[in-house]
Design a binder for this molecule. Structure first.
Ligand SMILES: *[C@@H]1O[C@H](CO)[C@@H](O)[C@H](O)[C@H]1NC(C)=O
Ligand SMILES: *[C@@H]1O[C@H](CO)[C@@H](O)[C@H](O)[C@H]1NC(C)=O
Ligand SMILES: *[C@@H]1O[C@H](CO)[C@@H](O)[C@H](O)[C@H]1NC(C)=O
Ligand SMILES: *[C@@H]1O[C@H](CO)[C@@H](O)[C@H](O)[C@H]1NC(C)=O
Ligand SMILES: *[C@@H]1O[C@H](CO)[C@@H](O)[C@H](O)[C@H]1NC(C)=O
Ligand SMILES: *[C@@H]1O[C@H](CO)[C@@H](O)[C@H](O)[C@H]1NC(C)=O
Ligand SMILES: *[C@@H]1O[C@H](CO)[C@@H](O)[C@H](O)[C@H]1NC(C)=O
Ligand SMILES: *[C@@H]1O[C@H](CO)[C@@H](O)[C@H](O)[C@H]1NC(C)=O
Ligand SMILES: *[C@@H]1O[C@H](CO)[C@@H](O)[C@H](O)[C@H]1NC(C)=O
Ligand SMILES: *[C@@H]1O[C@H](CO)[C@@H](O)[C@H](O)[C@H]1NC(C)=O
Ligand SMILES: *[C@@H]1O[C@H](CO)[C@@H](O)[C@H](O)[C@H]1NC(C)=O
Length: 359
């Protein structure tokens, strides 16, 4: 009986090592320097305001936070959100050396009495572990940070396609009692895809309060690959502001997964007006469509932005069948997943054996 206790501790530590590995950032096999937009769940440690959350995560404008959470666009920043509520945080992702982490944002400024552990586990609710903050910021001694020091918080993310299609990798906070099958169903993906992406070989490895890489299908776009917001990833039922807030895009699966963008009509804070969003040589503005002719119609579609130019193009779309290539089959290559579980199991067993020998 005596061996049960150390065995348990060892198994637990093996599992926590796995959790650690998982929160290091999601797998991102794209070449280093690939960037994309991403989303992660943040459970509020304290009751606070939307503006404070916006600030903490360096979100460019409140509208982005509101859009990510499907809140009315005129919601004031002074609106309070209660402790333990969950907000979706939009942020830019960077692939680096096989792993995706937030692209040098958010930057947190150290205040008196801060410690790396407190910042990671409490301020950022465990979205990162303190060693990762230490690592990406090149801090030699975890106990030596100074007031005013700026720390890059590396949130986990990915820009990889999933089953050959663009996807937004959502860092989903696993609620107690949920199952891989349930999460797969909720987010319209498959169990095998979730296991594979998260390096799990068995659904029973799912842990409450961990951040799971959940790929969300996104609307098709014609955004150019040299655009500042390429690849613009917008999942079903969500909207996003882009082109410095000048363009608002919405994805609705019911519209054949075609991204619908229009001029946001905002006046930018510096008083500058937005560049033209008209389709060249036409009377169409962004988002205008022609009347259907059979199954066809034209749309003035968003093609990205660069400097102070917004690209638009008149595109043809079909209103009858899904656009080519993206049917709803979920036939993902399942494979046997990574060897993570087997290795940690073997490791666990050998540690137990070692421990037993010493006992
Ligand atoms: C937030 O907390 C306040 C007071 O505790 C409560 O009245 C309110 O309903 C809560 N709001 C939400 C969205 O839970
Ligand atoms: C990339 O990862 C490899 C192995 O995982 C590591 O040896 C190397 O130092 C990493 N390079 C950078 C720039 O982080
Ligand atoms: C939450 O509030 C408590 C009490 O006001 C404070 O001590 C703590 O530092 C706050 N936590 C965060 C993450 O701001
Ligand atoms: C998954 O793990 C559970 C509990 O650890 C075990 O009962 C089950 O047989 C495993 N399934 C597979 C396919 O390995
Ligand atoms: C970007 O798109 C152009 C064609 O539009 C293509 O020739 C080029 O290879 C693409 N570049 C990258 C990095 O994908
Ligand atoms: C898309 O999102 C809407 C809610 O915004 C939902 O009702 C619908 O079922 C979703 N469709 C798909 C295919 O996910
Ligand atoms: C284009 O859309 C705008 C706003 O949605 C509308 O005011 C305008 O009349 C439309 N133009 C055409 C040519 O359909
Ligand atoms: C619809 O578009 C297809 C090709 O995109 C074309 O072959 C067909 O003639 C068009 N139909 C109508 C009614 O315009
Ligand atoms: C546009 O951006 C590119 C690269 O960022 C830069 O080289 C170029 O000078 C810019 N052009 C203008 C007109 O600002
Ligand atoms: C959906 O795609 C799969 C694989 O890409 C293909 O085998 C299947 O025939 C397609 N189904 C339809 C209805 O197009
Ligand atoms: C999965 O594992 C089983 C047993 O370990 C093996 O027989 C099978 O070939 C493997 N399949 C793949 C796709 O690796």
């Amino acid at each position: 009986m005596r061996t049960f206790f150390p065995a348990l501790i060892l198994l637990c530590s093996v599992f926590s090592v796995q959790l650690t590995a998982q929160t290091l950032g999601f797998r991102c096999t794209n070449p280093s320097t690939t960037t994309c937009n991403s989303l992660i769940d943040y459970r509020l440690p304290n009751t606070t305001t939307l503006a404070a959350v916006d600030d903490l995560f360096d979100i460019k404008n409140l509208r982005s936070l509101l859009a990510a959470n499907n809140l009315p666009i005129d919601t004031p920043g002074t609106k309070t959100v209660n402790a333990s509520e969950i907000l979706k945080i939009p942020f830019p992702c960077l692939c680096r050396n096989g792993t995706g982490i937030s692209n040098h944002r958010p930057v947190y400024t150290v205040v008196p009495d801060d410690g790396l552990y407190h910042i990671a586990a409490e301020v950022f609710s465990g979205l990162v572990i303190y060693q990762q903050i230490q690592n990406v910021n090149g801090i030699p001694d975890e106990n030596k940070i100074s007031i005013g020091q700026e720390l890059w918080i590396p949130l986990p993310c990915s820009c990889d396609d999933v089953d050959g299609q663009a996807a937004l990798h959502f860092g989903h906070l696993v609620a107690a009692g949920s199952t891989v099958a349930g999460i797969a169903e909720e987010f319209d993906t498959t169990e095998s895809t979730l296991l594979e992406l998260n390096g799990m070989s068995n659904s029973s490895q799912l842990m409450a309060d961990s951040i799971l890489d959940v790929p969300l299908k996104v609307c098709t776009t014609i955004v150019r690959n040299d655009s500042m917001d390429y690849p613009l990833l917008v999942p079903n039922g969500t909207q996003t502001f882009t082109a410095n807030g000048c363009v608002r895009c919405q994805c609705d699966a019911a519209n054949n997964w075609i991204l619908n963008c229009e001029s946001s009509g905002i006046i930018r804070p510096n008083g500058q007006t937005c560049p033209s969003t008209q389709c060249p040589g036409t009377a169409f503005d962004l988002g205008n469509t022609t009347a259907d002719s059979g199954c066809n119609r034209s749309r003035c579609a968003y093609g990205g932005y660069r400097n102070n130019t917004i690209y638009t193009d008149l595109t043809q779309e079909s209103t009858c069948s899904p656009p080519g290539g993206s049917n709803n089959s979920n036939g993902s290559p399942s494979g046997n997943g990574s060897n993570g579980f087997r290795w940690s199991f073997i490791l666990g067993v050998s540690l137990i054996v070692l421990h037993h020998l010493r006992w």
